[in-house]
Design a protein around this ligand. Structure first.
Ligand code: ADE
Length: 230
């Protein structure tokens, strides 16, 4: 999979792209992630990328032309399955969207900043708008990082068998069961006996039961089918 990210603040993405599983996926050649600095497509001597909103109001708006130049250049090089704009008024990001995006060949992510981007970019180029939750971030970079992390870990070969994404919380509308590691006893609390039994069938049954119990207690909406997740 290839992911192109367009941003006015590329540095914000350094952490997520250069560590842990997202880095491993790139090192293994399973994901190619390329960051494009919007300032390089800016207008005039000062590489301007934003301007005052027509009609007045606070904040600056990212101009259509620099974004269009960048998108057009990328689109001339390959086909994109989705051109995604990260925005608080987009569709709320959930596991099924991550699953679907993980099947794509090429994705483009556009991060907004300041007061947003010129609407005409959304009208002309954007195929999907995603929000990571009902709160406003300074820009789309942290939201893009969330989308990238959750999608890249689903790519075949990125996680080892033992870390399989299939057992993740949300993959089957259930929260994952609790986990323990050594020591067996810690500050008066012990690891549940069944996990030490070596009986894999019993362990699997216990985990499923715990998953149901935890989901019922913490996220009953997932079980009742009223969740937006479904
Ligand atoms: N940009 C600013 N806030 C955002 C949010 N909640 N989700 C996605 N992109 C954003």
């Amino acid at each position: 999979m290839r992911i192109d990210i367009i941003t006015a603040v590329p540095g914000i993405l350094d952490g997520v792209l250069n560590h842990s599983i997202v880095k491993r996926a790139q090192d293994k050649g399973l994901a190619e992630i390329v960051v494009h600095n919007l300032h390089e497509f800016g207008i005039g001597k000062y590489r301007q990328i934003d301007d005052y909103p027509f009609g007045g109001g606070a904040g600056m708006v990212l101009m259509a032309e620099p974004i269009s130049r960048c998108i057009e250049q990328l689109k001339s090089e390959r086909h994109y399955d989705e051109v995604i704009y990260l925005t608080p008024d987009g569709e709320t990001f959930r596991q099924p969207i991550a699953n679907r995006l993980s099947l794509a060949g090429n994705l483009m992510l556009l991060c907004g900043h300041y007061k947003g981007i010129d609407q005409r970019i959304r009208d002309l180029y954007i195929t999907k708008e995603i929000s990571v939750g009902d709160y406003v971030l300074t820009g789309g970079e942290l939201a893009a990082a969330i989308v990238i992390d959750s999608v890249v870990r689903l790519l075949p070969g990125v996680l080892g068998n033992e870390e399989s994404a299939l057992s993740d919380t949300f993959q089957d509308q259930l929260l994952a069961p609790q986990v323990y590691t050594r020591p067996e006893h810690f500050q008066g609390l012990s690891v549940p006996e069944v996990l030490l039994s070596g009986d894999h069938e019993k362990i699997a049954a216990w985990r499923l039961e715990q998953s149901h119990e935890r989901t019922l207690k913490l996220r009953p909406d997932l079980l009742s089918g009223t969740s937006e997740q479904l």
